[in-house]
Design a protein around this ligand. Sequence first.
Ligand SMILES: Cc1cc2nc3c(=O)[nH]c(=O)nc-3n(C[C@H](O)[C@H](O)[C@H](O)COP(=O)(O)OP(=O)(O)OC[C@H]3O[C@@H](n4cnc5c(N)ncnc54)[C@H](O)[C@@H]3O)c2cc1C
Length: 552
Amino acid sequence: MVMTRSAAGGGPPRRRLAGWGFEGESYPPSESLLQWLTERLGTTVPFPQFDPSSFQPIEPRALPHLHCRISQDPMERLAHARGQGLPDLLRLRAGAVSALPDVVAHPGSAREIEQVLNVCGRSEIRVIPWGGGTSVTGAVNVLPSQDSIVSLDMQGLSTLEDVDVESGLATFGAGVRGPALESQLAPYGLTLGHFPQSWELSTLGGWIATRASGQESLAYGGIDRLLAGVEAIAPSGRLELAAMPSTAAGPDLRQLLLGSEGRFGVLTRATVRVRRRPETLHVEALLLPSWERGLEAVREMSQARLPLQIVRLSDEPETEVALRAGLADHALVAPLLRGWIRLRGIRGSGCLLLCGAAGSVGETEASLDRAAALLRRHGAVALGRRPGNRWLEDRFRHPYLRDSLLDRGIATDTLETAAPWSSLSSLARRVRKALESALQEENEATTVLCHLSHPYPDGASLYFTFFFRCPADVGEALARWGQLKRRATEALLDAGGTLTHHHGIGLWHAPWLDREVGSTGRKLLEATARTADPEGILNPQVLLDPVDRLET
Ligand SMILES: Cc1cc2nc3c(=O)[nH]c(=O)nc-3n(C[C@H](O)[C@H](O)[C@H](O)COP(=O)(O)OP(=O)(O)OC[C@H]3O[C@@H](n4cnc5c(N)ncnc54)[C@H](O)[C@@H]3O)c2cc1C
C-alpha cells in the first residue's frame, strides 16, 4: 500500500471537508487487504461521497457583535459542525448534518476570547471551543438547539510565547498544531515528544482538553505528564496556574483542566515540558509466537523499565492486516517472510511487536539490544528494521485508509481502553466477542483487530479496530455503528477497563461516565462546571450530559 499525494499546484494543502487530512492525499488499501476483508464481511456497496453541490446551508441566526474576526461562510460552518468520528464522516459524506454553528469565531488573543465569552454569556449563546476538530467522541459536534452556537476556532493562538531552555519549559498558544509546535521548538534543539496519530491536525489545547496520549508516551508520558502550567478563561473568570515541577498546594487544578473538554474554560496558553531532540529513533519489528506470550513479554519489559520509546503489540488478526497492508512489502517479501516464520516455529501470522528506542546511536542500539535479549526468551523472531521504519514513515498517513475503505463500502472505527495487566487478556477477549456478535441478529459479520500500546508498569492500553459492511443508507449505517459501540463499551466496562484511555468522554461516552466516577464524582464535576460557567454556555452537551446520543 503506497501513500499517494496528487500533484496539486502551489499553496498550503487544503483540509478535506468530509474525511481525514488534506485534499489530494490518500492511502488506498492493497488488493490483498481488500480480499481479506471481503472474505470476512461479504461483498459491499460503495458509501456515497460528499457532494458539495447538494449541500443546503442552514440559515445562520443573527448574533451580537463578538469583538473578533468571524465567518458565516456556509462551508466553513460545515467544516466546524462535526469532528472526525465515524458517525461524523458518515453524516458529512451523506449530506445529513442537521445543525451548523451560526458563526465561526477566530479570536486572535486571550482578550478577544474573554470578550466573546462575555457577549455569549449575556445572550445565552453556546460556545464550542474548536482546536483541530479531530475529536472521535463527538466533542465538537453541533446539535440542533434553541440557542445560537459559536464555534470558537483557536488557530489564532498558535505561537511559541516563551522558551526556558534551562528548565526545559516552553509556553505556546493553545491553538498550536503538532507540526507548528515542533517546528517552533526545532531551532532550540528541543521536542515535546507528543505524537498522537492525529498530530498533523490536532492542537495543544485539544490534547489537554481530552487528556491525549501520543505514540511515544512510553518515553515522554501523555499530555497529563507534559503539562506544567496553563491559563484558562471561563465565563466566571481567568485561571492562571504557573509552571511548577510539582506542588502540594491542594488538589492540582491542572489535573482538573486535563480532560475538561471545554466545560471548565477555554484554554488559551500552556507551558509544557520539553526535552532535547533525540539524535535518532529506531523501530525494530519482531514476531511473538502468540498474543499471550506477547503480553507477558511486554509486561516484563515495562516492569523492568527498559528505556524504550514505542512498544506496540498487535494480535494475530492485526498482524495479518499489517502484513497485507504493506508493512512487509507484501507482494515480494511476505511469502518469504511467512516461510522464515514457520521455520522458526511460529504458527499462523504470529503477533507483531514494534519496539522503538531513541537517543544517541549508541544509546538506541543498547536499548534495543536489551529489549531483544528479553524478547528472545519469549520466543520472538526479529524481522529487522525495514517494517519498523515503514511504520514510522506512514504513521500519520494510516488514517487516510478509513476514507478509502468507506469508498468501497467498508466502515471502520476504533475504540480504546486501559486496565491492569491482570485484566488485559480477558478484557481483550470480551470486547472482541462483543464486537463480533453485535450484528449477528442482522446476519452481519464484524472483523476485529486489537493492539496493546502505552504500556505502564501496572497495565496498558488496548486499542480495537473494527470493520463492518456499511449500508449505503446513512441511518442504517449509524444504527449498525451504535449497536457495535454500545455492546463494546458495556463489555470493556464489565471486564474492568476504563471507559477511555485517551480519546476522552465527549458526547458519545458521556452516558457511561457514572460507571467510571460514580454519582459523587459526577456531582463534583458538575459543581465545577457550574462554578466556572454559571450560565452553562460552554460546550454543555459533552462530558456531563448523560443523554445517549450515539446515533445523532
Ligand atoms: C485519525 C485520528 C487519530 C487519532 N489519534 C489519537 C492518538 O493517537 N492519541 C489521542 O490521544 N487521540 C487521538 N485522536 C483523537 C483526537 O485527535 C484527540 O482527542 C485530540 O486531542 C483532539 O485535539 P483537537 O485539537 O483536534 O481538539 P478538538 O477535536 O477540536 O476538541 C476536542 C475537545 O476539546 C475541546 N477543546 C479544544 N481546544 C480547546 C481549548 N483551547 N480550550 C478548551 N477546550 C478545548 C473541545 O471543545 C472538545 O471538547 C485521534 C483522532 C483521529 C481522527
